[in-house]
Design a protein around this ligand. Structure first.
Ligand SMILES: [Zn+2]
Length: 210
């Protein structure tokens, strides 16, 4: 498994195409959840091409099921704050070696320089029914923050059949639209960032920090 801290990710060149960040709320088919809302409203924006692909993925979902986006863009300052916070948590659990701290933290929080959310390229999202009720995915979005790390990986063992089916539905819709999943977080999908470029062998990333 390639983590975001892997030097191969930072080695991918960025050739930013200059596409603007757009409001996810401008797409009526996509629901936006306020739980990660920030003052500037960055959480509710992604690159235009990312939103286009999300809308295409949404059309492929079965009737009565839609996407609920929890977070899109994130500022570099906010990303750095979260990385430091998570390292502190790990330190508190007895990990003291700097390289090990960085490696463990980047399983769940990306180092700023390669952060897919900072590029406006990533979406944290789940599936909801017509009433806006989240489908059973076998664990919460951002489950690593609540100590529920066991079920964060897409291929986590011990999931119920229903959770596994719902994850497969999410993976099919997003994968067909060109997104790449970060395997330690079932809810995290990106298009056009360095990690995506490495995984798809695109050669360069069209989206850098925005
Ligand atoms: Zn994410």
């Amino acid at each position: 498994m390639i983590l975001l801290s892997d030097p191969q990710v930072a080695d991918v060149p960025v050739r930013d195409c200059g596409e603007p960040l757009v409001e996810i709320a401008s797409a009526p088919a996509i629901a936006l959840d306020p739980r990660e809302r920030d003052e500037e409203g960055a959480y509710g924006r992604v690159r235009a091409g990312v939103l286009d692909r999300l809308c295409a993925a949404s059309e492929k979902l079965p009737d009565g099921i839609g996407f609920l986006v929890v977070e899109g863009h994130r500022s570099s300052a906010e990303q750095a704050r979260r990385f430091a916070l998570y390292e502190d948590r790990l330190r508190g659990s007895g990990i003291t070696e700097a390289a090990e701290l960085r490696r463990r933290a980047s399983a769940f929080v990306s180092p700023v320089e390669v952060a897919p959310h900072c590029a406006g390229a990533a979406l944290d999202l789940t599936l909801v029914d017509d009433d806006g009720v989240e489908l059973d995915m076998g664990g919460a979005v951002n489950g690593h923050r609540t100590g529920d790390e066991k079920y964060c990986p897409m291929d986590a063992p011990g999931l119920t059949d229903r959770a596994r089916r719902n994850r497969a539905l999410l993976a099919r819709a997003m994968g067909d639209a060109g997104f790449v999943n970060y395997p330690t977080e079932w809810w995290h999908w990106s298009y056009g960032d360095r990690y995506w470029a490495l995984m798809t062998k695109a050669g360069s990333a069209p989206y850098g920090p925005a």
